[in-house]
Design a binder for this molecule. Structure first.
Ligand code: GLN
Length: 494
């Protein structure tokens, strides 16, 4: 049964539809897999055994009746623990929400439920998605399946590790500054951050509302398209959800799988200083591969992108400081007691419930928004964000896609950035500009530095997911990187 966990979403779909396997078999294989490997990896915060089996039985009943029209019917997946799930504990990696069980599903989750998916559980995350390693989770870090000494990236590190270690077919993560793409790059899988507004944020616990997007973490590009199909599209419950009809990404993948004649831009600034030599080498090789497939490549300039991290660390904490005001122990979450009056009580709850990184962000954001500093910091960062976006607009007058690294280095060691938040912030140097400009981007496996995977990033103009997925799919078909598996988890079990 073990090899069932190696399947992709699309392979499992085919085998379920052909009656070769059942959803219960598939689900049981994953639950067994989680039991045998997750004590080492800690990808999951909550495993929903009973729910998964119940959903799998229901799916099998429908499959037997030949009602297999629901695209996700019977497919076991995992959800990052910042996604609101009805009746399933949703902690956001925070002590504050240790016992919080939401009374409702977010839109992406309810769409997956309606599409027949099986929920295996909720995955580990940096507290409120603030981080790049999962080390900021109040429940302890996740480990990288390729090397247990290394982080899986973050903040969607639990989802990424679960996919890479075959603990689910695919997973959802969220990306505010790189949290889907960077963990995908660190764990050798595919991670897609959609255009801002393509996927509803309703029921995604807010970190920085103008940047947050939900995205798929999958074993290949076809799976990313399938999962995006299931969650994309307008939602009246999210005022920032775009009122447009989402294309069907999986169905148009073959037809868009063209690189011939595509104009690719390589940002000069991203391929120079600060890039790990093995990452530079693998990304160069990938660029040549694209040229070999018929793309034309030119250098482009994105000089504003060097301000992306300072812009982000004003705007994201500013938004976070407002969004996290609701965690006070009255409306939500932890109440520690022992206080004589209201302000003391709120302060005590927040002191006990939040970890150091969340407190740091709230202080940064509150400061940037305070009277007298708002113009100097918040408004200036907003203006700079607009300039950065315009720079991308100009670049896309000359090229169809931008290509470069996802992260400046392969996975780092646990604890390596523990006392240096700025070094941790720099991990997102190539991913944050994309969120600030609201663009879609994908990370694909493109090589290794020793045993650790390396990710290639492709960025498209807004709403050009079809072009993005098509080019990614073509590259994937011409390479073998996505077929590599971590040795430790592929070793036969005793
Ligand atoms: N690492 C970035 C941060 O800490 C981005 C996180 C994210 O995308 N959720 O804010």
């Amino acid at each position: 049964m073990e090899e069932l966990t190696r399947l992709t979403l699309h392979e499992a779909r085919r085998r379920l539809d052909a009656g070769e396997i059942t959803s219960v078999q598939l689900t049981e294989a994953f639950l067994k897999r989680i039991k045998s490997v997750d004590s080492k990896l800690h990808a999951y915060l909550t495993v929903t055994n009973d729910l998964a089996l119940e959903q799998a039985h229901a799916a099998d009943a429908k499959l037997r009746q030949g009602q297999s029209k629901q695209p996700m019917l019977g497919l076991p997946i995992a959800l990052k623990d910042v996604l609101s799930t009805k009746g399933i504990r949703t902690t956001c990696g925070s002590k504050f929400l240790e016992n919080y069980v939401p009374p409702w599903d977010g839109t992406a989750v309810s769409r997956l439920r309606k599409a027949g998916a099986v929920f295996l559980g909720k995955t580990n995350t940096d507290e409120f998605a603030m981080g790049s390693s999962t080390e900021n989770s109040a429940y302890g870090p996740t480990r990288n399946p390729w090397s247990l000494e290394h982080v899986p990236g973050g903040s969607s590190g639990g989802s990424a590790a679960a996919v890479a270690a075959d603990e689910c077919l695919a997973a959802l993560g969220t990306d505010t500054g790189g949290s889907v793409r960077q963990p995908a790059s660190f764990t050798g899988i595919v991670g897609l951050k959609p255009t801002y507004g393509l996927v509803s944020r309703y029921g995604l616990v807010a970190f920085a509302s103008s940047l947050d997007q939900i995205g798929p973490l999958t074993k290949d590009v076809q799976d990313a398209a399938l999962l995006l199909d299931a969650i994309a599209g307008h939602d009246p419950r999210d005022s920032t959800s775009a009122p447009r009809i989402a294309p069907t990404f999986a169905a148009s993948l073959e037809e868009n799988a063209r690189v011939e004649g595509l104009r690719l831009g390589v940002p000069t600034e991203w391929m120079s200083e600060g890039l790990h030599p093995e990452v530079a080498r693998s990304v160069q090789a990938a660029i040549q591969k694209f040229e070999g497939l018929g793309a034309t490549v030119r250098e482009i300039a994105l000089p504003m992108s060097r301000y992306a991290i300072p812009i982000y660390y004003i705007l994201a904490p500013a938004e976070a400081s407002a969004n996290l005001a609701r965690y006070d122990g009255v409306r939500y979450g932890l109440r520690v007691g022992g206080a004589d009056e209201i302000f003391e009580m709120l302060a005590r709850n927040r002191e006990a419930g939040f970890g150091p990184e969340v407190k740091r962000r709230i202080m940064l954001g509150t400061y940037a928004l305070s009277a007298g500093y708002q113009d100097a910091y918040y408004k200036k960062a907003q203006s700079a964000r607009t300039l950065l976006k315009e720079e991308f607009d100009r670049a896309f007058e000359q090229v169809d896609l931008i290509i470069g690294p996802t992260a400046p280095s392969p996975a780092f060691r646990l604890g390596e950035h523990a006392n240096d938040p700025l070094a941790m912030y720099l991990e997102d140097i190539y991913t944050i500009p994309v969120n600030l400009a609201g663009l879609p981007a994908i990370s694909l496996p493109c090589g290794f530095a020793g045993e650790l995977p390396i990710g290639l990033q492709l960025i498209a103009p807004a709403w050009q997911e079809e072009r993005l997925l098509g080019a990614a799919y073509r590259y994937e078909q011409a390479t073998e990187w996505h077929k590599q598996r971590p040795k430790w988890v592929s070793a036969p079990e005793r």
